[in-house]
Design a protein around this ligand. Structure first.
Ligand code: 0RA
Length: 640
């Protein structure tokens, strides 16, 4: 008698009372998160059935009354009598804490951890639950209220001989005092995610609370591969196929899908353990990152993209532009951290590393063009990071020593007051020579730029910082680092004047410089620091008089004023270098007589679009743009 009494005691301890007393211990909160947790718990049981290979379809239905029903076509919860409880297996699963997983018979329940508290918790926290099981040519039904069976387990013949389980429940208002309303988007998001994570499982979601009712079907034969291509839908892929790894070692299943994009600079790595999103990462992501870095570096050396004496690419270089999903299934997951969203199982790190290493290596060996494009992208990222670090150090050093290493070819002005100082950016050494001689050195500085400066639209930070002309510009002007906040107090001149020849080359260089300023530190343009000098195209000499003309039209007008028999000579300036220093001063540099065009960009977004089209790689849109907006381009004085 005593022994059966104590057995009853144990039964009580394992019962559902503690769940109702302290629901937070089992589902985290009794707010909206906990409420949705109930659905996930039931769905996870069906997903486990799918993972075991017995279930292909799951239907989740929110009914008009706010209850939720989850139906699957799995084996159905067993209904025979359970040896230790003396109750049906179904009732045991529904009323004994943590009993659900113990019925798997050898297999493991993968949906442990955050969820996986057992379907009995849903039962405990529901006003009622009705379970329907189809198996053995019968339909079984059992109803519970607040965790307690209120009917016998009934059975009826099932002529259809179906298989499956339905768990239909209404969350208990006594527990969920804040809200009992399921959120469509929250559920839809998680169900879609589950469909991506469990390739081929068809998940139907129906919401009958709205009329007409809303229904969506999620089913992805490609699984996480489709997830990656969905995330990359608006990006340009660096390689067409999504690299895919799937394997199992020591009962740990690993699945990884990878794709790099051309135009992305961040990485986007999503980790899952037992279908649970591991927001705080963990050993699976550590393993993935380690193997990516090692494999890419090995291949880079093998393909001689990194020389022996050069240092390795860093992990973040390798991951630049990468979208990846890693999903692992672990028999006994350990979830760590405040929010229990970090996978802790140490064995997973090495398993991911070795499984992914083998496949990735082989894939890249067989697809050398993919390997090369990934390597090139990583190397670019590496150089950009190096250059950015260099530039930062330069700026830091400068501020420490309080002396800026100004470029040697800068002819600086004597004034140290930026508000009265101006700098002429001049194309070529010969024009630079004229400008140096013609200027007023008290407030005018000259920086000659050689050849074509880099088109920064088409390049990355590393090239920008390495380019001599651009380095000279950055230091001469006192610009900070690209993308960092613009500090106008560091600016050494408040008028930055682009002075180029009035020909095609000159206008190209002007465009490149404008693009540089716009892309490097847009505020320079926005705040009106950038100007364009307007050198004359012609000089007319007539007797002791001379006239400068700044356009063909001006030339025609002037000539029309002359009498028919007038004697005059026209000089056409092919470049600034042809002008005498005094001429250049008079016509183009003297604030009393010159014309300057200030670059003003009213609509930054539109300007950005224009710059992208004009300076980018895509010839099609550029041609089209010039064809339709050709005349408007004068606005920015960009003629290409
Ligand atoms: C225990 C044992 C077996 C299946 C299940 C539980 C099971 C539970 C749920 C919950 C929702 N859907 C489910 N489907 C199955 C295995 C039974 C057997 O061996 O036939």
């Amino acid at each position: 008698m005593t022994s059966s009494y104590s057995a009853k005691q144990i039964q009580v301890l394992e019962g559902l009372d503690p769940v109702r007393k302290r629901p937070g211990m089992y589902i985290g909160t009794t707010g909206p998160r906990g409420l949705h947790h109930l659905v996930y718990e039931v769905v996870d049981n069906s997903i486990d059935e799918a993972l075991a290979g017995y279930c292909t379809e799951i239907e989740i239905e929110i009914k008009e009354d706010g209850s939720c029903s989850v139906t699957d076509n799995g084996r159905g919860i067993p209904t025979d009598t359970h040896p230790t409880t003396g109750k049906s297996a179904l009732e045991t699963v529904m009323t004994v804490l943590h009993a659900g997983g113990k019925f798997g018979g050898g297999g493991y329940k993968v949906s442990g951890g955050l969820h996986g508290v057992g379907i009995s918790v849903v039962n405990a926290l529901s006003e009622w639950v009705e379970v329907t099981v189809w198996r053995d040519q019968k339909v079984y039904q059992h109803r519970y209220e607040r965790g307690i069976p209120v009917t016998e387990l009934t059975s009826q013949p099932d002529p259809d001989n179906k298989r499956g389980t339905r768990v239909h429940f209404l969350p208990d208002a006594q527990i969920f005092t804040e809200t009992r309303d399921f959120d469509y988007n929250t559920l839809a998001g998680r169900l879609r995610e589950l469909a991506y994570l469990n390739a081929g499982v068809k998940i139907t979601f129906i919401d009958r609370r709205q009329t007409p009712s809303r229904e969506e079907v999620y089913c992805y034969e490609g699984g996480i591969r489709e997830y990656v291509s969905y995330m990359n839908r608006d990006k340009e892929p660096l390689h067409q196929d999504i690299i895919y790894v799937s394997g199992e070692r020591n009962n740990v299943q690993v699945e990884v899908a990878l794709q790099w994009s051309v135009d992305a600079y961040n990485d986007n790595l999503l980790g899952f353990a037992n279908n649970i999103r591991t927001i705080d990462g963990g050993t699976h992501l550590e393993g993935l990152k380690a193997v990516l870095t090692r494999t890419i570096n090995n291949i880079a050396r093998k393909r001689n993209k990194i020389k022996e004496h050069e240092s390795n690419l860093a992990g973040e270089n390798v991951r630049e532009g990468l979208t990846a999903v890693i999903s692992v299934k672990v028999p006994d997951p350990e979830f760590e951290g405040q929010t229990k969203t970090k996978l802790g199982n140490t064995e997973v790190r090495g398993i991911v590393d070795s499984l992914v290493g083998e496949v990735l290596n082989e894939y890249l060996e067989f697809n050398p063009q993919v390997a090369d494009s990934i390597l090139d992208k990583a190397i670019q990222a590496f150089k950009a990071a190096e250059a950015a670090r260099h530039a930062r150090e330069l700026v830091r050093r400068k501020s420490v020593l309080e002396s800026s290493p100004l470029p040697g070819k800068l002819a600086d002005c004597s004034s140290r007051d930026p508000s009265e100082s101006e700098i002429f950016l001049v194309e070529g050494d010969s024009a630079g020579g004229s400008a140096k001689q013609g200027r007023d050195r008290r407030f005018q500085a000259i920086l000659p730029l050689r050849g074509k400066i880099l088109n920064i639209e088409k390049t990355d930070d590393s090239k920008i910082y390495k380019n001599n002309e651009i380095q000279a510009l950055i230091t001469a002007l006192g610009l900070g680092i690209r993308g960092e906040e613009f500090d106008s107090s560091a600016l050494r001149y408040h008028r930055i004047i682009i002075m180029t020849d009035a020909d095609v080359d000159g206008s190209h260089i002007r465009t490149l410089l404008l693009t540089f300023f716009y892309r490097y530190q847009r505020q320079l343009v926005d705040q009106g620091y950038i100007y364009i000098a307007c050198p004359p195209l012609y000089k007319i000499e007539r007797g002791r008089n001379h006239y400068y003309c700044y356009s063909d039209r001006e030339l025609q007008l002037r000539l029309r004023e002359f009498p028919d028999n007038a004697n005059y000579a026209i000089q056409r300036f092919k470049g600034l270098g042809e002008m005498m220093p005094q001429q250049l001063w008079e016509t183009t540099m003297n604030p009393e007589s010159r014309t300057l065009k200030r670059i003003e960009i009213e609509d930054a977004a539109e300007a950005d679009r224009i710059f992208t089209i004009l300076m980018g790689d895509r010839v099609g849109p550029r041609r089209e743009f010039i064809e339709t907006h050709g005349s408007r381009l004068n606005l920015l004085d960009l003629d290409i």
